[in-house]
Design a binder for this molecule. Structure first.
Ligand SMILES: *Cc1c(COP(=O)(O)O)cnc(C)c1O
Length: 393
């Protein structure tokens, strides 16, 4: 079945059909894994004209093409390129829209390694970065200068979950000929399709929900028609592609992406509601909660929420108390990535690195990822942790 036929189906159906073709695979449901560097040409004419669907390992393989084509369709893009990590995908997107002398705008709530890439790498190539309040909305216009090439967005923001006013900011960027890049890792195309809202390039850390099992590193960048040639050329110039096995595992993860995200949403909401009623918790930062900055934007633009959110604890607890809570959890573990099947928690403090806004928290802040464990087991684990927090503070 070709792409156009599949596009009429619901996204959950598409996830089961894209990126495979049993008729070409001796009837096997899934496509085989292609690994390789060299592609062989039959004749002098063919090699001189590079007449072959695939020309060289870095330029693609059937396995890579299956994932690229599937993601292009799921995101409504013109094309997709892959990278060996989510951060690599951010770098590819930014390299494709910037040149020496340019200025870019990046939200203060951006994924921290993206900030590092702008400050450490882009700066060395003569690209300057201004960080802005993620809630700035249409006022972004006053930060656009004659050399501004790119407006970077991340909705919701890392750790603090501010949901940006994507349509308002895209409209301003368009008027000034500024390209927009959206890091859409939290929502995935299941809950938000950036290109439908006028975004030029979207970035997804496939490491998170697409992989879904904490066992791959992968990034995906999509572009609309106007930005696709530059993105593909940037990718071809650098060829920082993922390994074939990781692409294969991403295709496998894709089959259950809808199911897992729907479940992550249900569990995330249940755990966040439970936490919001605990006396130890001062605030819940979850886009589906009114207490979250930009909640109205989420409600207007997003189709759902995933299973990653933050809480701010009530004031008065000590670091010893926090250590007693976190060091002795039975189910939740402490670790930085997310989107797998296991529940995670990390402490964070944005005061140490944000520059355009003042993050203020009345108590310790924690980010939680809800996994697939039993909900009562998860609540009991946290409840016992809260007892230790209070006792040791
Ligand atoms: C994890 C993450 C990335 C980077 O993904 P890696 O594969 O870990 O490099 C980028 N953006 C966001 C929002 C992320 O959460």
């Amino acid at each position: 079945m070709n792409k156009d036929d599949i596009s009429k189906f619901d996204i959950s159906t598409q996830l089961t059909m894209l990126g495979r073709d049993p008729a070409e695979q001796f009837g096997f449901v899934n496509a085989p894994l292609y690994k390789g560097s060299t592609i062989i040409y039959k004749t002098l004419d063919d090699i001189e004209a590079r007449r072959s669907r695939f020309s060289y390992g870095t330029a693609g393989s059937p396995t890579i093409a299956h994932l690229e084509d599937a993601w292009t369709q799921l995101t409504g893009a013109e094309g997709t390129v892959l990278s060996s990590s989510g951060l690599g995908a951010v770098a590819l997107a930014l390299f494709s829209t910037t040149k020496a002398g340019d200025h870019i705008l990046v939200p203060d709530s951006v994924y921290r390694p993206t900030r590092n890439f702008c400050n450490q790498m882009l700066a060395r190539y003569g690209v300057t970065t201004t960080y802005y309040d993620p809630m700035i909305g249409a006022d972004i216009e006053r930060l656009i200068g004659p050399n501004t090439s790119t407006l970077f967005l991340e909705a919701p923001g890392s750790q603090t979950f501010e949901v940006q006013d994507v349509p308002a900011m895209v409209a301003i960027a368009r008027r000034h000929g500024v390209k927009t890049i959206l890091d859409n890792t939290w929502a995935t195309p299941i809950f938000f399709r950036g290109h439908d809202h006028g975004i030029d390039l979207t970035v997804e850390a496939g490491t998170k929900y697409l992989g879904g099992h904490s066992d791959i590193l992968l990034g995906l960048v999509t572009a609309n028609q106007a930005c696709w040639p530059a993105l593909r050329a940037t990718y071809d110039a650098m060829s920082m592609l993922p390994g074939a096995e990781d692409c294969m595992q991403a295709l496998r993860g894709m089959r259950t992406l809808f199911l897992r995200l729907k479940e992550a949403e249900r569990r995330g909401l249940e755990l966040a509601r439970w936490l919001s009623e605990r006396p130890e918790v001062s605030r819940v930062l979850h886009p589906a909660f009114e207490s979250c900055p930009g909640h109205a934007h989420w409600k207007r633009d997003f189709k759902g929420s995933s299973g990653l959110f933050s809480i701010v604890l009530a004031p008065g607890y000590s670091r010893d108390g926090l250590a007693a809570m976190l060091d002795n959890l039975s189910i939740f573990s402490m670790g930085f990535s997310w989107g797998g099947y296991e529940s995670l928690v990390i402490p964070f403090d944005c005061r140490t690195y944000r520059t355009a806004t003042h993050w203020q928290a009345e108590g310790f802040a924690l980010r939680l990822q809800v996994g697939l464990e039993d909900m009562d087991d998860l609540k009991n684990d946290l409840a016992r942790g809260f007892e230790r927090l209070a006792a040791a503070s």
